[in-house]
Design a protein around this ligand. Structure first.
Ligand SMILES: [Zn+2]
Length: 300
C-alpha cells in the first residue's frame, strides 16, 4: 500500500508515520459523506510529519482541513496524538467514548506506580518501570467535543456507521461498523498479526482481559473487511478474533500454572514476541501488568 489507498467508495486509508522505532506507521482513515465533508478515524502521532501526511491525503481528495467534520480515536499517542492539531486546523468535533475521555484525564494527572515489591521486581529494573509509568501516554489530548456510546450511529450523512464499545486495550476503545459498506474499523482491538496490549489506559475496576474477550466475541460476528489501526486491512475477522481469544486463554492457563510465583517470575517464564530480554521500559511495564491481569482473570 502506498501512503494513501482507497479502500471502498468514499473510504480511504492513510499510512501515517510513527516515530519511536516500533511499528512503522499507524493507519488513519478518511470517510467522505454526502455533504462533501470528511470524517477522520485516528489522526496519528503528534508529529508535524504525521499531521502533514494526513492533511496531504485530505488535499488529494480535493478537500481542505476545514472540510473535516469529525475525528474519532482512542487515547494512545500513535492514534490520538495528532488530534489536537487536526482539530485546531479543521474545527472538526473530537469524539471519544466517555470512559476514554475519563481515562485520558486520569493519565494526564498521573497514575500511581504499581506495587513493584508485590510484583517481585528486582531493584535494578525498577527505575525504568517508574519512568515508564510517569511518561504521558496521551499528552495534549483535548477533552472531547461530544462522547459516543455503544450502539450510536455517527453523524455521517449518507452512511450508517455504528459505534461498538470494545474496552480492554483501553477503557473506552471503540470499533466502528459501516453497516452498508461492510467495513469494520478495528483500531487497536484487532490487528492482523500483532497482539495488542491490554489494560493500557490506566487502572480500571473491570479486568481488561474479561472486557477484551467480550468485545472480541462481538466484533468476530461482524462480516466484512477489517480496517485496523496498524499493519493492513484483512478479511479473516472471525478467524483472527478466535485466534486472539485462544492466545489470551492460553496465557491465562500458563499463568495459572505458576500459582506461587511473583508477577516477575511468572512473566520471565512466559514467551514474548521479541523475547523476554528484549523488554524494557514501557514494554516491560506492559508485559508485567498484563501478567498481573492474567493472574487476576478467572477464565470462563
Ligand atoms: Zn492503542
Amino acid at each position: 500500500m502506498d501512503r494513501f489507498e482507497t479502500i471502498a467508495e468514499g473510504v480511504h486509508a492513510v499510512r501515517v508515520p510513527m516515530p519511536g522505532g516500533g511499528l512503522p506507521y499507524s493507519l488513519a482513515y478518511l470517510i467522505e459523506d454526502d455533504d462533501g465533508r470528511l470524517h477522520v478515524i485516528d489522526p496519528g502521532s503528534p508529529t508535524d510529519d504525521a499531521t502533514r501526511t494526513l492533511l496531504d491525503a485530505v488535499d488529494v481528495l480535493g478537500c481542505t482541513p476545514r472540510d473535516i467534520a469529525s475525528i474519532v480515536t482512542h487515547l494512545h499517542a500513535d492514534h490520538a496524538g495528532g488530534a489536537a492539531a487536526v482539530r485546531a486546523a479543521s474545527g472538526g468535533a473530537l469524539l471519544m467514548h466517555a470512559r476514554e475521555a475519563e481515562a485520558a484525564a486520569t493519565l494526564a494527572r498521573g497514575v500511581p506506580a504499581p506495587d513493584l515489591d508485590a510484583w517481585g521486581v528486582p531493584a535494578d529494573r525498577r527505575p525504568e518501570l517508574l519512568a515508564a509509568v510517569a511518561s504521558p501516554v496521551a499528552a495534549g489530548l483535548p477533552a472531547p467535543d461530544a462522547v459516543l456510546a455503544d450502539g450510536d450511529l455517527l453523524d455521517i450523512p449518507g452512511r450508517r456507521v455504528r459505534v461498538l464499545w470494545t474496552p480492554g486495550h483501553t477503557p473506552g476503545h471503540l470499533c466502528l461498523h459501516d453497516e452498508d459498506a461492510g467495513l469494520v474499523f478495528a483500531g487497536d482491538h484487532v490487528l492482523p498479526t500483532v497482539n495488542s496490549g491490554l489494560g493500557l489506559g490506566g487502572p480500571t475496576a473491570a479486568n481488561p482481559i474479561a472486557d477484551y474477550l467480550a468485545g472480541l466475541g462481538r466484533v468476530g460476528e461482524l462480516d466484512g473487511l477489517a480496517l485496523p489501526g496498524h499493519e493492513h486491512p484483512f478479511t479473516e475477522l472471525a478467524e483472527r478474533t478466535a485466534a486472539l481469544r485462544e492466545h489470551h486463554l492460553r496465557r491465562s492457563r500458563e499463568v495459572a500454572a505458576h500459582p506461587d510465583g511473583t508477577v516477575w517470575e511468572i512473566a520471565r517464564d512466559l514467551t514474548w514476541t521479541g523475547g523476554w530480554d528484549s523488554l524494557s521500559g514501557f514494554t516491560l511495564l506492559s508485559a508485567l501488568s498484563q501478567t498481573a491481569q492474567h493472574r487476576d482473570f478467572v477464565a470462563p
